[in-house]
Write a protein that binds this ligand. Sequence first.
Ligand code: GLC
Ligand code: CA
Length: 703
Amino acid sequence: MALFHRSTHDIRRPSAQPAAQQPLTMRSTVADLWANPVGHDALTKILLQLGLGTVWVTNPVVRRLRLSQIKSIAGRHLDAGFFDALLALLNSQTDERPVDDEPATPPLESEKMPSPKPESLTDMAAEGRDDAHRPATTSVSPGTAARSPEEPSGDEPWWKRAVFYQIYPRSFKDSNGDGIGDLGGIVEKLDYLRDLGVDALWLSPIYDSPNDDNGYDIRDYRAIMAKFGTMADFDRLLAGAHERGMRLIMDLVVNHTSDEHQWFQQALRDPQGPYGDFYLFRDGTPDSPPNNWTSFFSGSAWRYFPEREQWGLHLFSSKQMDLNWDNPALRREVVDMVRWWLDKGVDGFRLDVINYISKQAELPDGDGTIAQLIGFNGIENYFYGPHLHEYLRQLRTEAFEPYDAFSVGETPGVGLDMAALLTGRDRHELDMVFNFDHLEMPGKTRFDDYRYDLDYLKHYLIDWATDYPSSCWMSLFYDNHDNPRWVSKVEPNGAYRTVLAKLLAVVQLTSRGTPFLFQGQELGMVNQRFSSIDDLRDIESINLFHELVAGGMSHTDAFAKVLAGTRDHARTPVQWTAGPHAGFSDVEPWISGDGDERDGWNAADEATNPGSVLAFYRTMTALRREHPALTDGTVAFVAPRRSHYFGYIRACDDERLFIECNLSRAPLRREPVPGGFTLLASTYDQLTLDGNLRPYEANVYQA
Ligand code: GLC
Ligand code: CA
C-alpha cells in the first residue's frame, strides 16, 4: 500500500541537526517542524499532496512562519482539529534521528576514487545539465556522491548482500491439481530459484486461515493452511531451501488476526477471561461506531459484536480484527509464537503493516484534513503510534536477537526519517523496512490510470542513497502482491516489454541496498486484461467496486478504476510453460491470467532463450554475486539532474562499475563512457557506442 507520496525534491538537512527537544506548539516554526523526524516526513508528504515541492521549506520566509500564522492564513481550509492532530503526532516522537557517522555532505566521489582518476567522469559530472522539470533545489548537486558507507567487513550481516525473492504461494505452483498453489509446488521449483540466483525466500502467509484476505487473516499461527499442505511439507521446504544455500523468511501478520482465531473467539465468549483484552473493543450503541476511522478495505473500521455489546476495530477486512498491543499478555504470545518458528529454523520475518500496531490510547477521531490528503480516516492515530519503538524493541530483544533472525517491516506511510528511527543499527528495532514512496507519482494513487515516469524512481533512489543514515540499510523493490506490475506501470500498452523489464532489473540489482524480487517479475510478467469484476478475487478490489457503485458510479467506470490498481494483477499464476493453465496447474486455477504465456512469456521458453528477461535476471544476479562493488560499494551519481539519464558508479576497494540507463522510450544523449571500461551486461544485444542511448537501454561496465 502506498498511502503517502513523497517528494524527491527534497533538500539536504543542515548537518546532523538534532530533533527539536522542546515540545512543538503553535508558536513553533516551519523550521522547527522540519527538524523533527516525523515533522520532516509529514511536511514532505503534505506539501507533495498539495502539489508543492519541499523547495518551499527552504524559503527563509516560509521557514520562519509560525504554526499560529499558518493557521490564520489557511485555517478555513483546514479542519478545526488539524493542528492538534499534527502536534500530537509530532510530540509523540522525541527520539533524535540516528546520527550519521559520515559527514552529511560527503566529498565528491571522484575525489575519493581509486586512481587512475577518471577525467572523463569528473568532466561529465561537472557538466551535469539540468534539463529536468525539477525546481532548482535538489538533494544532490551534480557529481555529488552519496555517503560512503563504512567499508563492509566479514561480519556484515548476510542480508545486506542477499537477493530476496517473494513467493505468493497461492499463485506460485500447484502440485496436487486443485488449482491452488501450495508448498509442494514451491519444493518442485527450488532448483529453479537457486538457478535464478536468489539467496533468500520470503513466503507470503502459509498459516491456517479462512482466506478472507488470502492468508493475511490468520486463524492459527502454528498450523499450515490445509490447501497449502502440511507441517511435514513445510519442513521439507525449509530443509530443501537450506540444502541449496537459500534462507527462508516467513510473513508475520500480527497487527490483526482472523475473527476465527481462538483468541478472538474466546474474547467474544468471555470478555473477563484471559483473552478478553486481546483486541480493541469499545463501547457504543449498535448504530454508532466509537470513532470515524475507515478501513483500508472500504467502509467503517468498526464491526459490532452483539455478544459483547461492543464494537471491535478492524483496519482491514471485517474478519481481520486488530490486536491490542498495549496488553503485555498479547505481546508475550507473539514473542512465543515467533520463537516457535525460529526454533524450527526459519531465518527471519517480514512484518506485515507493523507500524500500525500501536494506537493512540483514546482512539480519537481522525482529522478531516488529513483524511482528505491521505484518503483514509484516522491514520495519524496509529501509523506511527506512541509505543511503536518500544514494542519493536521487545520483539527484537526477546525473539529475533537470540536467534540472530532477520526482520524487514512493511511500513506504509513511513517516510525516510521515520524509517531511519526504525532501522538505525544501534536502535535495535528492525533490520530494514519497505518504504512505498516510490510506488506512485506525486498526487497519484494506485487506482489512478497514468503512466509512471521513471525519473521519479531515480530521484527517490538518489534521495535515499544520499539521506538515509549510514547506520541504516534500504530495501529495493518494485513488484509485490499488493501492486500492479511495474512494467505495465511504465508502459501500460506493452511496448518495449523486454528491454524495460531488463532495465528495471539493472537498476534494482546494481543499486545500493537489498533487492526483493517478486515472483513473475523475472519473467517479465505484466498486468492482466481482466474483463469484468467477476474475474477479480481480491477483497480490496471487490469492496472498492461495490463502494464506488453504491456512490453512484457506473459499473463500467467503477471497474475501470478498480482495474487500474487491483492487486490481482500480481496474483495470477506464475507462467511456467506455454501449456494448459501456463503449467501452473492441471485444472482451472483459482484466478486466471490472460494467456500471454503462449507467446513465449513463460519460464520454460525463457530458460532456453538467451535474449529473454529470465536469462537476463540470471545474468544480473550472477553479476551481483561476482562484483562486491554492487553490494558493498559506494555509489556516486553522474549528471543526476539530466532528465531520464540515470548514471552511477559503484566502487569498492579494488573495483569500479559504471552503470548508465535511459529511463525513457526516447533516444537520450549518452554521457561519455570513461576509457578503459568494459561492458559486463546490457539490456540490448549489441552495444552501439554512438552518441545516443536507445529506449530503456541500460549498460553495466567495469573499470
Ligand atoms: C499488508 C499485506 C496485504 C494485506 C494487509 C493486511 O499490506 O501486504 O496483502 O492485505 O497487510 O494484512
Ligand atoms: Ca494445490
